[in-house]
Design a binder for this molecule. Structure first.
Ligand code: UD1
Ligand code: CA
Length: 456
């Protein structure tokens, strides 16, 4: 039987206290709803319907790259009402799986186990939790068969003691939902049409409701506020770190690594504490990342070392290169093999040739640097004239003395030597020495100012 999935995502998420629709709040840098869609896809359904309402346009835009059937629920009258809006779009011969856009950690294996349980009637995903407050409680008869769900707000004192909760996830033949949903009423404490009410109807119809108990309390954690969002984030991050450890990556503390995107690692990579990875990052064999680094959309080739406190964005670090501590590689930085960028150096749109060194306190922007160049401390490429950006070209083997300013556009050809403290505005030819600084004068017998007597 074909599987169709309905994801409920129309609610406002008032407790997030945010103009951003709840399902767009990120988990590991990706909208919560995207995680649910990705998991849903793993089940290979014939269609995914997403019920949206609050912030519908923003939600659609955020997931525009996905093939989804959007169903607008104008008024949020309850989970039963939400599913009913999607039913006309569902093939009546299919099995329907209902997911929540705000339960992002649910696993595909748990969901397939649930779908397997659908045999001519609905099946429910439940969980035993330490603190069931707020959840719908699962009611079972003396034989242990599910008889229905009672919402927390409608539950009596006895029912509130039940620690088996409705996760909200449910699977059922489409014909059953078509039959029962229109009959669900809203005579309850919240005046809402409750989806789980179809369970009691099925039972009354003589259909047993099998329950799949979720393996972990965490996978069914729903996000209603930012506290729960942070719990989901921590759990997600921990799982990723544990997977990396199993894949052979050394991680100093799996609780202090955040991967917000995709991280591909070679063999013997080691990552120290408090590292944040964003976007697409790849680390080659033997790469070592020091503590407190942020690395976004960058490629780091085998054997390179990123020392403590570095920030890399859209950068390429060549094999066996060394960066930091305290370096900032901005977009368009490409370091060739064995290049060295040291402390308090900022680079942007810079090609740094093989083995070249910029070890201290420099700004290198819009620069093509050859191999074996040595840039002294405090060197600045003056790339901006207030209107346009200009390029600095340094040939192979150039030596730039400390505290030099290279006013672009400018070229120092191979082997050129720039004396310390120079401000260059003219090109330097091959193997020339350029000196551009005030001549030193020494004045003998000079008297230091004497301390005044305080009168002015
Ligand atoms: C629901 C269940 C409860 C379960 C809990 C698990 C019902 C009546 N209750 O309660 O048994 O223990 O989830 O987390 O189903 N939504 C819509 N349209 C609506 C209403 C809700 O799309 O009209 C969406 C929300 O955006 C959300 C999901 O459905 O993603 C759940 O709605 P919510 O109001 O959070 O239900 P709970 O009260 O948490
Ligand atoms: Ca909820």
């Amino acid at each position: 039987m074909d599987l169709e999935i309905i994801i409920l995502a129309a609610g406002q998420g008032t407790r997030m206290k945010s103009p951003l629709p709840k399902v767009l709040h990120p988990v590991a840098g990706v909208p919560m709803l995207q995680h649910v869609v990705t998991t849903a896809r793993a089940l290979q359904p014939s269609a995914i319907h997403v019920v949206i309402g609050h912030g519908a346009d923003a939600v659609r835009d955020a997931l525009s790259s996905e093939q989804l059937d959007w169903v607008v629920q104008e008024e949020q009258l309850g989970t039963g009402h939400a599913v009913l809006q999607a039913m006309p779009r569902v093939d009546p011969g299919s099995t329907v799986l209902v997911l929540y856009g705000d339960v992002p950690l649910i696993s595909a294996s748990t969901l397939s186990a649930l779908v397997e349980k659908v045999r001519g009637g609905p099946a429910l995903l439940t969980a035993r939790v330490a603190d069931p407050v707020g959840y719908g409680r699962v009611l079972r008869d003396e034989r242990g068969h599910v008889t229905g769900v009672v919402e927390h707000k409608d539950a009596g004192a006895e029912e509130l003691l039940i620690d088996e909760i409705n996760t909200g996830v449910l699977a059922a033949p489409a014909i059953d939902l078509n039959a029962y949903l229109p009959a669900v009423g809203n005579a309850n404490s919240q005046g809402e049409y409750y989806l789980p009410d179809v369970l009691a109807m099925a039972v009354a119809d003589g259909k047993p409701v099998p329950a799949q108990v979720a393996t972990s309390e965490l996978e069914i954690l729903g996000v209603n506020d930012r506290l729960q969002l942070s719990q989901v984030e921590r759990e997600y991050q921990l799982r990723q770190a544990q997977q990396l450890l199993r894949d052979g990556v050394s991680i100093a503390d799996p609780a202090r690594l955040d991967v917000r995107g995709s991280l591909v690692c070679g063999a013997d990579v080691s990552i120290d504490v408090n590292v944040v990875i964003e976007g697409d990052v790849s680390l080659g064999d033997g790469v070592s990342i020091g503590p407190n680094c942020v690395i976004s959309n960058s490629r780091i080739d085998p054997g390179a070392t990123i020392h403590a406190m570095c920030h890399l964005e859209d950068a390429v670090v060549g094999a066996s290169a060394s960066v930091g501590p305290y370096a900032r590689l901005r977009p368009g930085t490409v370091l060739a093999e064995q290049a060295r960028i040291g402390n308090f150096v900022e680079t942007k749109k810079a090609n740094i040739g093989a083995g070249s060194k910029v070890n201290h306190l420099s700004y290198i922007g819009d620069c093509d640097m050859g191999a074996g160049v040595n840039v002294g401390a405090g060197t600045i490429t003056c790339n901006y004239d207030g209107v346009n950006k200009h390029k600095t070209v340094l040939g192979d083997g150039v030596f730039v003395g400390s505290n030099s300013t290279l006013v672009a556009p400018i070229e120092v050809q191979a082997g050129g030597f720039v004396a310390a403290g120079s401000t260059l505005t003219k090109p330097v030819a091959r193997d020339e020495l350029a000196v551009s600084r005030a001549k030193q004068r020494n004045i003998g017998g000079w008297q230091r100012p004497a301390k005044s007597d305080g009168e002015s």
